[in-house]
Design a protein around this ligand. Structure first.
Ligand code: NAI
Ligand code: MN
Ligand code: ZN
Length: 337
């Protein structure tokens, strides 16, 4: 089989590898399509501290089960499924309280173990979620990115009284905007980004108002407009954003962050406690696949709006380069396998 392997930082090769055999409790997928994510590029460029090389990348993948390991119901062969990249132990403290995404021995498919940019992949049977026939292949490939939005939103519990501010209109911001609009029905969504083309996408994905904050002070601009956000999602993840968000938030607001920068930022207790703000963080997803499959089935979200490109896997280098260099016109890139 062909697999997209990062042999070491900056070295991407399409390798011939033996088709893996599913172990006990596992299924094997014939992968049909996969999505490129920023973290795939980070592994390619050597910027992911968790990655070990060589590594088959890809954690957003859809396909059909073509074999099962011992103990797995053979009737699963032929199912259309999407893979949850979160592989957890099931018995540590976070696993026991329903948070396998931060399992103490977490293995992320495509990061810690070989991923979905491959003609075949094996994974635990419970990580392979059935996709209803009403959800087309391309949309099914988008389930994982929406689980990130589902995870942060499930924690923050948005509602009709919320004035939401989303920082960043990349794939993560856009999936969050779609969820806030189509699932949670918040009152208003304001989006800040540095790129006008991305802000235009934010509008197409459900934002009411967009602000390019390249040259303006967002705090002053929102004050001028009389807007006090009650729910803030940081999907841009620059360390300067949390302090700013604390300052411009409404009393009793919730702030959700999902960045991985190790750079410090300065915040103070008074800024948080005086308004009794809640600060959430969110990593990957904790069993949110069924939720997102439901959202797609009931057409509450519109994954096609994010897909700007599709390539054959043989063109993966070109696909990664467009994804990296063209944020104005490129959002989600799919690979066909
Ligand atoms: P992206 O790079 O495509 O989008 C980020 C957007 O933020 C860009 O459009 C950029 O112009 C904008 N931006 C940058 N600085 C800004 C600022 N100061 N104010 C307003 N906008 C600003 O990235 P993507 O894929 O949407 O991911 C966003 C972030 O989420 C990344 O940092 C990524 O590491 C993180 N992430 C976290 C996950 C988690 O589970 N916690 C999962 C996936 C991504
Ligand atoms: Mn991803
Ligand atoms: Zn665990």
């Amino acid at each position: 089989m062909k697999s997209v392997v990062i042999q070491q930082p900056e070295v991407l090769v399409i390798e011939d590898r033996p088709v893996p055999q599913p172990q006990a409790g596992e299924v094997r997928l014939r992968v049909e399509s996969a999505g490129i994510c920023g973290s795939d590029v980070h592994i390619y460029r050597g910027h992911n501290p968790f990655a070990k090389y060589p590594r088959v990348i890809g954690h957003e993948f859809f396909g059909r089960i073509d074999a099962v390991g011992e103990g797995v119901d053979a009737s699963r062969v032929g199912q259309r499924v999407v893979g949850d990249p979160v592989v957890s132990c099931g018995h540590c403290y976070p696993c026991s309280v329903g948070r396998p995404n931060v399992c103490t021995s977490l293995q992320v498919i495509g990061v810690h173990r070989d991923g979905g940019f491959s003609e075949y992949i094996t994974l635990p049977a419970k990580n392979a979620h059935i996709v209803p026939d009403s959800i087309p292949d391309r949309e099914a490939t988008m389930i994982e990115p929406f689980t990130i939005a589902a995870n942060i939103c499930s924690q923050m519990n948005p509602g009709p009284l919320d004035v939401a501010l989303v920082y960043g209109a990349g794939p993560m911001g856009l999936t969050s905007i779609q969820a806030l609009r189509g699932v949670y029905g918040v009152k208003e969504i304001i989006v800040a980004d540095r790129i006008d083309e991305r802000l235009a996408m934010a509008k197409e994905n459900g934002a009411d108002r967009v602000i390019n904050n390249t040259d303006i002070d967002l705090t002053a601009e929102l004050a001028k407009l009389g807007i006090r956000p009650t729910l803030i999602i940081d999907a841009a993840c620059h360390p300067s954003i949390l302090p700013e968000a604390i300052g411009l938030a409404s009393p009793a607001a919730r702030i959700g962050i999902m960045g991985f920068s190790s750079d410090p930022c300065v915040i103070n207790q008074q800024g948080i406690t005086s308004k009794e703000l809640s600060i959430y963080s969110s990593r990957l997803n904790s069993n949110r696949f069924p939720m997102v499959i439901d959202w797609m089935k009931s057409k509450k979200i519109h994954p096609e709006k994010l897909i700007t490109h599709q390539f054959d896997y043989a063109q993966v280098i070109e696909a990664m380069e467009i994804f990296e260099k063209d944020p104005k016109f490129c959002c989600k890139v799919l690979l066909k396998f």
